[in-house]
Design a protein around this ligand. Structure first.
Ligand SMILES: C[S@@+](CC[C@H](N)C(=O)[O-])C[C@H]1O[C@@H](n2cnc3c(N)ncnc32)[C@H](O)[C@@H]1O
Length: 275
């Protein structure tokens, strides 16, 4: 952690339930075609480990690292429940990885860099633990690209508030668009930049996103940070929560945003000389 950095999302059950729906097939789709079956993978900021376990099924081994002991425990449980024995989990920070130089083939980070006040420092640390020629693969949302219908002023208010709260925590909610620059600044080469969208429009998706925020906006670390920081009154949060509930219950409800994705290479692979 650097300076005033604070993790905006916290670990409320409604948030963890949201993360548990994530899969490697969706969240690492931009990496999977380049993931070799014998790769040693590091998943930085692994959270409850759902994606990590999916990566483990496609690689030789995966280590998940997270600053939260609760997440490390949850991820270990997940791997046991899914009978995945080539995934392990350790407490540690992306700023100071507890691993040797050149020890991984791939370092992956999903929706982590947006929470860091110094994402380039974390990416340099990723470069240190990668072998020359190894891949970094990062994906982050860009909150400013969020669109929704029906349009409600309370939901627009939420987006402004999210930027204020995350900004005060040293985070960058629009990280998706900055990934190419951060990866270059950390010394990676040959970036392949893609985007993918996240859409919630059917009943299950609206419940997942709108139901989560209806609970989270009044009852999570986000709510505390918003009120403590002077960005909102409890009454504002109650109004936003009700708007998310209406949106989730509306069969015409639509929500979407863009995720930035980059796969890039650690330079330094010495040329093979054919004698
Ligand atoms: C938004 S969650 C994403 C979890 C998982 N990658 C996923 O997509 O489901 C971000 C995770 O990063 C962790 N985290 C925050 N700061 C970190 C740091 N400096 N190093 C490692 N993990 C960190 C948090 O504890 C949290 O579990």
């Amino acid at each position: 952690m650097t300076g005033t950095e604070r993790y905006t999302h916290g670990y409320h059950e409604v948030i963890l339930e949201f993360y548990r729906r994530r899969t490697a097939e969706v969240c690492a789709a931009f990496l999977l075609p380049r993931l070799e079956p014998d790769a040693a993978v590091l998943d930085m900021g692994c959270g409850p480990g759902t994606i990590t376990v999916g990566l483990a099924r496609r690689a030789r081994s995966v280590v998940g690292v997270d600053t939260s002991a609760e997440m490390v425990e949850a991820a270990r449980r997940r791997a046991r429940e899914e009978d995945v024995d080539n995934a392990s989990f350790e407490l540690g920070s992306a700023y100071d990885l507890p691993f040797e130089d050149d020890s991984y083939d791939v370092v992956y980070a999903h929706q982590l860099l947006q929470h860091l006040s110094d994402p380039v420092r974390a990416l340099r640390e990723a470069r240190r633990v990668l072998r020359p020629g190894g891949l970094v693969a990062v994906r982050d949302s860009d909150y400013q690209t969020m669109v929704h219908a029906p349009v409600e002023s309370a939901l627009k208010h939420w987006l402004r508030l999210y930027h204020e709260v995350a900004g005060a925590n040293g985070a960058e909610p629009d990280a998706g668009r900055f990934l190419p620059g951060w990866v270059r600044a950390a010394g990676f080469v040959d970036p392949v930049v893609t985007t993918s969208t996240t859409t919630y429009a059917d009943a299950a998706g609206r419940e997942l996103w709108g139901g989560m925020w209806a609970g989270r906006v009044t009852d999570s670390d986000f709510a505390d940070h918003a009120v403590e920081g002077g960005f909102a009154m409890r009454g504002d949060l109650v109004a936003i929560s009700a708007a998310f509930r209406r949106w989730a219950d509306n069969p015409s409800g639509f929500w979407a945003w863009l995720n930035g994705e980059v796969v890039a290479v650690k330079p330094g692979l010495s040329a093979v000389v054919d004698h």
